[in-house]
Ligand binder design. Structure first.
Ligand code: P1T
Length: 380
């Protein structure tokens, strides 16, 4: 089955009870048992729920993996991955990543004795320098949030395999429409399904997909034991979102390209971060491992002036100033004060998150309106 068919049919069958074509919302916490332990496969909704099962199967299908797991948020999914490890273990992570992931690593799991090394992975030889006998996991975000750096997944997977480490890839920005990390050698794919998977800014959810049965069983155990599961209603919404993922992503990519090219020639713009440009440092890797370049981009204006940046953001009319990304509507964000405020300023500066950086999540509106909106906001 090809991807554009999988989004609609992958892992999904009409519901067994009445043949409903759309998986119903099984809004129940528990299930009747005929006799102790004699039930229809469902006992309690933290452990399993038919709507969540359908979503987990759909997630596995679109990522070309064997096992899917749905969580209450992207961070809950990452939290479950980190619970595979114990005090003394070490993790090597991309140094440019969602601020909340950085916060979870450094403010929660560091207190439990897990050590993190944040490394620039534009050059993946940097990774090898941090591997020792305690290293257990390489955590990669690509494209990174918000600097749009690209990590060569195949090359990192090679290093992970050689050293018997797990490789997890946060595929939130790319989605499986653009990039399928398991096929490139990753062990775990993670999603903030809040974003493109849901696609309509109406839910908060996380997802994991893996191929290995033993790893899947450990994660299912953690999912049930810790209990940060996605609700039946949110699972239903995400299932619905997945059905249009391919058409939405196609338009996100077209609009993203047009806006990136427009901004690049704007006299007030200093630099645009978008992996589709030939002068992007890892453009060739992006071209190889992704099918297109996505709908996310960041830019800085000339003079690196915070007040001017705030004015531009305030002047936008179609773009909404808001956290999050990946919905049908266009959003603008200010990483330094919003999504990445939990990263210390010195660390932010090192990776390019300056006070004039604006991040755009390009929606699927008419691109002429989006460019006109940027034109009037930048012009003022
Ligand atoms: O928000 P949540 O569903 O818990 O997902 C966390 C997360 C994980 N990984 C990436 C790459 C993300 O972008 C996010 C969430 N990001 C935002 C809310 C944001 O505006 O960047």
């Amino acid at each position: 089955m090809k991807f554009n068919t999988k989004t609609i049919h992958g892992g999904q069958k009409p519901d067994k009870a009445y043949g409903a074509v759309m998986m119903p919302i099984y809004q129940t916490s528990t299930y009747a048992q005929r006799s102790p332990g004699d039930h229809k496969g469902y006992e309690y909704s933290r452990t399993h729920n038919p709507t969540r099962t359908a979503l987990e199967n759909a997630l596995a299908s679109i990522e070309n993996g064997n096992y899917g797991l749905a969580f209450a948020s992207g961070l809950a999914a990452i939290d479950a991955v980190l619970k595979l490890f114990k005090s003394g273990d070490e993790v090597i992570s991309t140094n440019d990543l969602y601020g909340g992931t950085y916060r979870l690593f450094t403010k929660v799991f560091e207190d439990f004795g897990i050590k993190f090394h944040f490394v620039g992975m534009n050059d993946i030889t940097n990774v090898e320098a941090y591997i020792n006998q305690n290293t257990k996991l390489i955590w990669v975000e690509t494209p990174t949030n918000p600097m749009m750096n690209i990590v060569d997944i195949k090359a990192v997977a090679h290093i992970a395999k050689q050293n018997k480490l797990l490789l997890a890839v946060d595929n939130t920005f790319a989605t499986p429409y653009l990039q399928q990390p398991l096929a490139l050698g990753a062990d775990i794919v993670m999603h903030s399904a809040t974003k493109y998977i849901g696609g309509h800014s109406d839910l908060v959810m996380g997802g994991l997909v893996v191929n290995d049965k033993e790893l899947a069983d450990k994660l299912y155990f953690i999912q049930n034991a810790s209990g940060a599961i996605s609700s039946p209603m949110d699972s239903f919404l995400a299932l619905r979102g997945i059905k249009t993922l391919h058409v939405r992503m196609q338009r996100h990519c077209e609009n993203g390209k047009a806006v990136a090219e427009y901004l690049k020639t704007h006299p007030k713009v200093e630099k645009v971060y978008w992996p589709g440009f030939e002068d992007h440092p890892n453009h060739l890797i992006a071209k190889t491992q992704m099918n297109d370049f996505g709908g996310m981009l960041s830019f800085v204006t000339k003079g690196d002036n915070y007040e001017q940046t705030v004015k531009i953001i305030e002047n936008l009319k179609i773009f909404t100033l808001a956290e999050s990304l990946g919905g049908v509507e266009s959003l603008a964000g200010h990483p330094a004060s919003m999504t990445h405020a939990s990263i210390p300023k010195e660390e932010r500066k090192k990776i390019g998150i300056v006070d004039s950086l604006i991040r755009l999540s390009i929606g699927i509106e008419d691109v002429d309106d989006l460019i006109a909106d940027l034109e009037q906001a930048l012009g003022k």
